[in-house]
Design a protein around this ligand. Structure first.
Ligand code: SAH
Length: 242
């Protein structure tokens, strides 16, 4: 069922209009639990996912001026015209992966993320799956994500500064591929690097707007495509930026 396109990187209020941050300790925990529990209920999210979303402090991944809005279901700026995606979008995409691969021990699953950004989604993925590879094309964001994740014990997460359009041949095949940026078509490399039975989720730009596309690899070069909700992500760009 089509949903209203969500705005990623748009409609961001001025810092001056934001409510004051009342400490980022217990208050932020409460606000986070409230948001995640609401999302869990409205989107029927997987229990393990809900647990990690309750545990990962999203306010540590957004710019300080926006920390007070970290527990609203909105995209927020992370610099370089990029955004941290809405928690509901992140949750629903990861939930689809978990459900599709539910017959396999999560700790045996290998995931590739395109678009590390600030590292929030990478933190969730690393707590849920066995091995996570996350690629970012903007050097400063790659470094920011590393800084944000310091001390968070994501030992199974490899962050790579590279053009994610090429995927990551050296670590393929992947059980799941999740992209946080929209191109005009799904890069061939991603399809080739998807394990048989694996799932790929990516926004794709179409003439009538962006749509979230799910691809399941059926093996022997066959794929099943499914178009899901209308979405709005930042663009998938070529090359790297140092
Ligand atoms: N998952 C992130 C969302 C970041 S927004 C989070 O949790 O915050 C999408 C990111 O995709 C941006 O940081 C952008 O620089 C990156 N991106 C766009 N094109 C890319 C490409 N070809 N390779 C790798 N990253 C890319």
């Amino acid at each position: 069922m089509a949903q209203k396109p969500e705005l990623v990187g748009r409609s961001i209020p001025q810092a001056a209009q934001l409510p004051a941050v009342s400490g980022l300790g217990l208050d932020s925990d409460k606000a986070r639990f409230r948001l995640i529990d609401t999302l869990a209920h409205s989107h029927q999210l997987d229990a393990a996912l809900v647990e990690v979303m309750r545990a990962v402090p999203r306010h540590r991944f957004v710019e300080p001026a926006f920390a007070s809005r970290a527990y609203e279901d909105v995209a927020l700026p992370i610099g370089h015209q990029q955004t941290i995606s809405r928690p509901s979008t992140v949750g629903r995409m990861i939930d689809r992966i978990l459900r599709h691969l539910s017959g396999i021990d999560r700790k045996h699953l290998k995931i590739m993320e395109i678009g590390t950004g600030c590292g929030y989604q990478a933190a969730l993925l690393s707590r849920l799956f066995g091995e996570v590879y996350s690629i970012e094309r903007i050097k400063d964001l790659h470094l920011l994500a590393k800084k944000n994740l310091r001390g968070m014990q994501c030992f199974n997460l490899r962050m790579i500064f590279a053009d994610g359009l090429k995927g990551l041949d050296q670590a393929a095949p992947f059980d799941a591929i999740i992209a946080a940026a929209a191109g005009d078509a799904i890069p061939d490399a991603w399809m080739q690097q998807l394990k048989s039975g694996g799932i790929l989720l990516t926004p794709v730009s179409t003439p009538s707007g962006q749509v979230l596309e799910q691809v399941i690899s059926l093996g022997h070069g066959n794929f099943q495509h499914l178009q899901l909700d209308a979405v709005r992500f930042v663009p998938l760009l070529h090359g790297t930026r140092s």
